[in-house]
Design a binder for this molecule. Structure first.
Ligand SMILES: *[C@@H]1O[C@H](CO)[C@@H](O)[C@H](O)[C@H]1NC(C)=O
Ligand SMILES: *[C@@H]1O[C@H](CO)[C@@H](O)[C@H](O)[C@H]1NC(C)=O
Ligand SMILES: [Zn+2]
Length: 944
């Protein structure tokens, strides 16, 4: 197949399809920004109105769903008939109304009866608030519910299978070029109410019994529990009844109607489209191992919940999140569960194992015991993220996940948490948008980091004992942080005092160490990267550990210090080899040192074996130096001088910290200093490149070494390393000539990227054709990464058209776009494309807000005032087309651009002095070699 620009008629057809499919739910056009406004500016109702009160509680739901995946007489395609009966009761006197949630459904009839005798309860007209999605059923004047009496709420309704990956939604896969439709669910956080009326808050636990009336034999059905009975209902349909679930939250209900097949063994089954069955073996084997490991670790076997005799994990082609922990029916993006060793990278394999571990961990932390409300989402997600690393490590000890955790979780949590806009882990939320927004790096990463901090404080075995008690005591209940603290405190009376402040205060401290004659003085102050002179006086209980030589890094049990200033006495303080605080970065804070101490650390890093400094503390030093420089605490010149040690670094964790820091820095390097920066990059990566070499992983190398190679090759090739580029292009040409012999998966990213960057349109079309014909989601992602390296306007516009088209699924669009703009040289081309084709982009993504977000992501990387001016002129000319929300959003993006530019201007001298000194000094030879490549790379004119 050959790719062409989408014609205008095709585009119109696409818009028409989108319009038709929404006609039943909403009259809003797909381009109406309101419809897709995910993050509302202002809640439109009183905050309390978004919450249900606790007058009436559900105890059981009987739900019957009859989906129409194609139109039938009197039935539109992608709708379903629903019938839901909810048993409720109240313990209060005088309850005169019932409130619950519904969304995007049309109720055809409803009633309230007393269960014991079917007596109808007289009610008034129902009231629906479309903003809060709360349905209020007022009882007739003078009528109240009897306390402790069961009532039955019955609803008959028509629901919609939307294509936005929420509620009971539609998805498809291609078979011989034809779409095969299926239905799947995603209810977290507030979307169960689209499939059935419900008390859609996690604390309202109830049992559920589901029946699905579906077409047979085309479709199979799956839900949380096993099938109890399936009987023919009418011609061509079957009514399938599932077992009653345990008492659980509405957001954990799930069902799938799809022509799937199953690969199963023991108590585990992997569900996938038939053509992907030969990609399911790994997740089946790994899933079985992970479930066993977690069963033992938590000491509360999954199957001890009687309703859950088996676990199903399903691969869904369209999926909004990465995966979802529905009790007994876990759902995943295909790329997070389908694997083949000959087609997926080592990192993709690790991603699959860790995502499975995350979702299995949720079967306890989330499903069995559930956060009471989304303000304490971290009680679900912090534990699941923790298990992603530490439970997977039980099964894959050679992957060094404990080390990866530090850079990927501790350091990335600190990024968001160093902004004034951050929030505490426990944080009030009310609206649907707020409930969705708290699923961020604070709930996940920081949640996991604080748990690890407590584990090291209490010791791993005591921590585990306390967690086991917490799980047993709170099974089938909803939990608040106090439940966790109570359990921890029973095993260590200081646990709550030390832990709680980290969960209720925003941010984290910068700890400053100064040496004196009798020891080291330690002070703390909140770290806010953009406000170095702030006066925020928040204090944290600080877990202190330190090392002064190679032998002292292993014991990570801290002493907590609760004072603003603290002195660590040490008789021969001035004679230590170095002083490093926060061993293995267990404590969640950054450290700054006085000049003398930084000098000692620098000497150690530049000496044999890095002076014995632990690899995780090297990663910590790298991340701290980049960020302390950014935050105006350490001069860039000093930071970059110390970081010269990276030339000799050969471990993954410090390198990963380095590429994160360098990515941010590269976006703030003055455009005229980019040649110098390139010399610097090629110089510090030179030895690492020679260490990893451009080659497939050897069977015996450490797993993290393979990951390190991927990073090093990517940076080397991106910055024009000649040998890297040559090797990558040669391998791409080889593949182009003989596609039946594939590129080694762990080299694909760099080979595809460099092959496309240096290649012709024919190469581009060749790889795109591989994308279209690939049966593997992981491979499609690698190809999108490669295609993002295209370097001409023509190819970049084809790519942008493809992203706007159906060929790139909604779930992949924003990543695919990021792959393009991560290459600086694409920015003017992308900007031009968006200005010319904003209508295509808006239609393909559903609204003009996506045009705004595309411009804003571009502006965050841009270094050209003239390009900024074109964007600014464009939004003024097209204000009406963009709409107010998109216009305002890009205006903000333009302000951000100015802020970034000021940052660059303020720091330029320090950085360029360092880069020039380096280019003129020791690195002269490098300069001669790379100057030619560099001048080729600098493609864009008039940048600042
Ligand atoms: C996996 O199955 C698909 C569809 O049945 C088939 O096209 C493909 O060649 C298989 N892959 C391998 C490596 O066997
Ligand atoms: C959140 O953390 C992930 C790693 O878990 C990181 O890739 C991402 O950039 C972080 N996001 C923000 C906004 O800091
Ligand atoms: Zn999760």
């Amino acid at each position: 197949m050959k790719l062409s620009r989408m014609t205008f008629t095709k585009l119109l057809a696409l818009v028409a399809i989108v319009l038709c499919s929404f006609a039943s739910t909403s009259r809003a056009s797909p381009l109406d920004p309101e419809r897709y406004l995910l993050v509302e500016a202002e809640p439109r109702a009183q905050l309390e109105d978004y919450r249900l009160n606790d007058d009436v509680w559900p105890t059981h739901y009987d739900i019957e769903i009859k989906p129409y995946l194609e139109a039938e007489t009197g039935k539109q395609a992608f709708t379903f008939d629903g019938n839901t009966k909810i048993t409720v009761k109240t313990e209060k006197q005088g309850v005169a109304q019932i409130k619950l949630h519904i969304a995007r459904m049309e109720i055809t009839s409803w009633s309230v009866v007393r269960k014991s005798d079917n007596n109808v309860v007289q009610t008034l007209t129902e009231i629906y608030d479309a903003e809060t999605e709360v349905l209020t059923i007022p009882l007739a004047s003078g009528v109240t519910l009897q306390a402790n009496t069961e009532y039955l709420l019955s609803f008959t309704y028509i629901g919609n299978m939307d294509d936005d990956m929420h509620g009971f939604y539609r998805s498809y896969y291609l078979l011989n070029g034809e779409k095969v439709w299926l239905g799947s669910t995603q209810f977290e956080q507030t979307h169960a109410r689209r499939a059935f009326p419900c008390f859609d808050e996690p604390r309202f636990k109830a049992t559920f019994q589901l029946k699905i009336n579906h077409k047979t034999p085309q479709y199979s059905v799956y839900s949380n529990t096993p099938i109890v009975i399936a009987s023919p209902s009418e011609s061509g349909r079957t009514l399938t009844t599932f077992g009653i679930t345990p008492s659980m939250s509405s957001y954990l209900v799930a069902f799938i109607v799809a022509p799937y097949e199953i690969n199963q063994r023991e108590q585990m089954g992997i569900l996938a489209r038939p053509q992907a069955q030969n990609q399911t073996q790994y997740s089946l084997d790994e899933g079985i191992k992970l479930l066993k490991a977690l069963d033992d670790w938590i000491d509360y076997p999954y199957s001890s919940v009687p309703e859950m005799p088996r676990m199903y994990m399903a691969a869904v082609p369209d999926f909004s999140a990465g995966a979802m922990e529905n009790w007994g029916l876990l759902t995943y993006r295909e790329a997070n569960i389908l694997y083949r060793s000959d087609d997926s990278t080592s990192l993709q394999q690790q991603r699959i194992a860790t995502v499975i571990s995350h979702e299995i961990a949720h079967q306890w932390f989330g499903d069995l015991l559930t956060c009471e409300w989304w303000d304490v989402t971290w009680l679900n997600e912090g534990f699941a993220r923790y298990c992603e690393y530490f439970a997977t490590a039980l099964v894959e000890p050679s992957w060094e996940l404990e080390h990866q955790f530090v850079v990927e979780q501790v350091q990335s949590a600190m990024q968001m948490d160093s902004l004034i806009t951050t929030h505490p882990m426990t944080h009030p939320v009310y609206t649907q948008a707020q409930a969705s927004a708290i699923f961020d790096n604070i709930s996940y990463n920081k949640g996991a980091v604080v748990l690890r901090m407590m584990e090291h404080f209490m010791t791993p075995s005591t921590f585990l004992t306390a967690l086991r008690a917490y799980v047993k005591e709170n099974a089938y209940k909803s939990v608040r942080p106090a439940h966790l603290f109570d359990a921890l405190n029973r095993y260590n009376p200081n646990a709550r005092m030390y832990m709680e402040p980290w969960t209720v205060q925003p941010g984290y401290p910068l700890v400053t160490v100064t040496s004196n004659d009798n020891g080291f003085t330690i002070t703390q102050k909140r770290f806010l990267v953009n406000e170095p002179t702030h006066t925020d006086a928040t204090m944290w209980p600080l877990p202190l550990t330190y090392a002064t030589n190679a032998n002292e890094f292993s014991n990570t049990t801290p002493t907590f210090v609760m004072t603003a200033s603290y002195n660590i006495p040490m008789a021969d303080a001035s004679n230590v080899q170095y002083f490093i605080l926060n061993k293995q970065q267990v404590g969640y804070y950054r450290v700054n040192y006085d000049a003398a101490l930084w000098g000692k650390i620098s000497n150690a890093l530049h000496s044999e074996d890095f002076g014995g400094i632990h690899v995780l503390n090297r990663a910590q030093l790298v991340d701290d130096l980049f960020n302390l420089a950014r935050g105006d605490i350490v001069p860039y010149g000093t930071a970059l001088d110390i970081l010269e040690y990276l030339k000799h670094e050969t471990e993954y964790a410090p390198w990963l910290a380095a590429v994160n820091g360098l990515t941010t820095l590269s976006r703030r390097i003055h455009a005229e200093d980019e040649e110098l920066f390139t010399i610097h990059i090629l110089d510090i990566f030179a030895k690492a490149y020679d260490t990893v070499k451009f080659q497939a992983p050897s069977p015996t190398e450490r797993r993290v070494f393979t990951y390190m190679r991927q990073n090093v090759l990517k940076w080397a090739c991106n910055y024009g390393h000649e040998a890297c580029s040559k090797a990558a292009v040669a391998e791409f040409e080889r593949f182009y000539a003989n596609p039946s012999v594939k590129v080694h998966p762990d080299l694909r990213q760099v080979v595809y990227c460099e092959g496309i960057r240096k290649g012709t349109q024919a190469h581009f079309e060749f790889l795109w054709n591989q994308y279209l014909t690939s049966n593997m989601a992981t491979e499609q992602i690698l190809i999108l990464q490669g295609m993002g390296c295209a370097s001409t306007y023509e190819l970049i516009s084809i790519m942008m058209d493809a992203i706007a088209s159906e060929h790139v699924r909604s779930q992949d669009k924003s990543n695919a776009y990021t792959y393009i703009i991560n290459n600086q040289y694409t920015l003017p081309h992308v900007s031009r494309y968006l200005q010319l084709n904003h209508a295509i982009w808006a239609a393909g993504h559903g609204s003009y807000l996506s045009v705004a977000s595309a411009f804003n992501n571009l502006l965050a990387r841009l270094k050209s005032d003239s390009e900024r001016d074109t964007i600014s002129a464009f939004i003024e000319t097209n204000k009406n087309t963009l709409g107010q929300a998109a216009y305002d959003s890009i205006k903000n993006g333009l302000t951000e651009y100015e802020t970034n530019k000021q940052f660059t201007m303020r720091n330029r001298d320090e950085i360029s002095t360092f880069l020039k000194k380096k280019a003129n000094g020791g690195a002269g030879a490098v300069f001669a070699n790379v100057s030619m490549i560099v001048s080729l790379l600098v493609l864009v004119v008039c940048r600042w």
